[in-house]
Design a protein around this ligand. Structure first.
Ligand SMILES: *[C@@H]1O[C@H](CO)[C@@H](O)[C@H](O)[C@H]1NC(C)=O
Ligand SMILES: *[C@@H]1O[C@H](CO)[C@@H](O)[C@H](O)[C@H]1NC(C)=O
Length: 140
């Protein structure tokens, strides 16, 4: 067998990049992502910190209680690589060290492994808005 031609390799790379972009958009179901210049939180390991969903502070007019009363739900996702890493997973809150309270996440306290990119998503079946915030946890 002959090795694949450089053209084929190029085509393959281009295609897989396209597919990746499509699946990334698809994974948020046409959600409007406002995370261009996202908020950066910085905290010392062992200190408590509250990450507020920035959507309610400058992106949309509603506050959390208004959004809730019209049936929108707020969800949080996390990707552990800083920068726009690909994989987001839902956060499981233990309700003790990490808890979801209204429009925010509390870390009591923050640990090194909490560092990452946090996205809050506000949605119903026809509307979706998303913004991300980064959290850096500095060791002592
Ligand atoms: C949310 O906004 C409404 C209307 O502006 C206001 O009455 C209410 O007090 C606000 N709630 C909070 C928790 O800020
Ligand atoms: C979803 O939320 C938006 C914004 O609040 C609202 O305009 C729309 O009617 C809602 N759609 C449904 C199906 O509730």
């Amino acid at each position: 067998m002959r090795p694949p031609s450089p053209l084929l390799i190029l085509l393959y790379v281009t295609l897989s990049k396209t597919v990746k972009v499509v699946s990334k958009r698809g994974s948020v179901d046409g959600c409007t992502d406002w995370s261009v210049d996202y908020l950066k939180y910085r905290v010392l390991q062992g200190e408590p910190v509250r990450l507020k969903c920035a959507l309610f502070y400058g992106y949309i007019r509603a506050n959390y209680s208004q959004a809730q009363s019209v049936g929108l739900s707020l969800m949080w996702y996390r990707s552990s690589g800083l920068g726009h890493s690909d994989f987001e997973e839902p956060i499981s809150f233990d309700g003790i060290r990490m808890s979801k309270e209204e429009d925010a996440i509390w870390f009591r306290p923050a640990e090194i492994q909490d560092a990452g990119l946090y996205s809050c998503v506000l949605r119903n079946s026809t509307y979706c808005m998303k913004v991300s915030m980064s959290l850096t946890v500095a060791g002592e």
